[in-house]
Ligand binder design. Sequence first.
Ligand code: PLP
Length: 398
Amino acid sequence: MTTAGSGTGRGARARAAQRVQGTGVSVFTEMTELARSTGAVNLGQGVPELDAPAALLRDVADAVLAGANQYPPAYGFPALREAVAAHQQRRYGLAYAPQGEVLVTTGATEALAASLLALCDPGDEVLAFDPCYDAYPAVARFAGARLVPVPLAEDGERFVLDADALRGAVTARTRVLVLNTPHNPTGKVFTAAELETIAQVCQEHDLVVVTDEVYEHLVYDGGEHRTIAALPGMRERTITVSSAGKTFNVTGWKVGWVCGPAPLIGAVAAAKQFLTYASGTPYQEALARALGGVEAWAGELRQTLRRNRDLLTEGLARAGLRPYRAEAGYFVQADIRAWGYTDGVQFCRELPTRAGVVAIPTSAFQLRPGAPAHWVRFSFCRHEKSVVEAVEKLVNAA
Ligand SMILES: *Cc1c(COP(=O)(O)O)cnc(C)c1O
């Protein structure tokens, strides 16, 4: 191996680039390993234990055996793009052309990465509500942009928009606002009034919204998921991201999609073609059918998850770990201070031996230095018996 120039020894060359530094072994990996080595009940990562629709699984198997195993079209199979467009029309009254305004991606994760790569120049700023899904700051960094956290405020057992914090975070470099509703990790659903405020700020400052709606079908208690793209003046500046993983309990398939106006979707497609080009042929074919009947399926899934949410929320309260209200999604946040902890990381490291349960410190989703560290996230996308077992262990350890 030759070394060009001076002072670039082997150590320097073997060093990782700055864009991946700090994204190494995460607390998720650490906690998953702790669950494995201690045999604790894993309420850490949001990997569903629940079944996928049987017909969907059969359709994928049939598609594989029938030879649907080569690259799909770059924008995704027409039938799936049509099903996504029909879904947005039926549920939100939004019309997207299956040709040009819908793009199938390798999960919501690639959709988010391709969107920020497509929209951000180096030095641009991206706003996201804090805490936020851990992919947002990482992919913003890959794009050379900087993620600026906008703290959500606490209001009793809920998290709410802080409109002043949002307005105060906008600068001349702000290009994109990443919205996530229903929200991971808090379980918050943004209200109509909050979305109106966000829409107003984005129009005032000419921002594009990338809205991550992977939990759109998992809103409990008769609550409603609203999409910001449906507000006046927003469709033209919004990229809506969703995915099959959470809706159908198939997180390993990595089939997602984006909807938006043709110029924005064209830009996302330009980035996406050199990330994966295209993927998931048999899954795309089968999901095109499943998405048409998603309402009946999701109604049942919500019943299961809501029961788990209630068991976990009541159990955390009984254990003295003050739970917040999970209106949607897979997770309940808890305040751990009554157990004498102020640091969620320490709590989560000790919990497997103290109680036989694994959770994730919310600090893994927090970006602001000095933000509260006393929140921990528990997932309930598990078999009911796992949730019941975890609750018993927490109550006994309290
Ligand atoms: C799980 C999750 C994703 C990832 O979706 P994939 O389709 O698996 O890539 C994206 N955003 C949020 C908020 C999630 O919870």
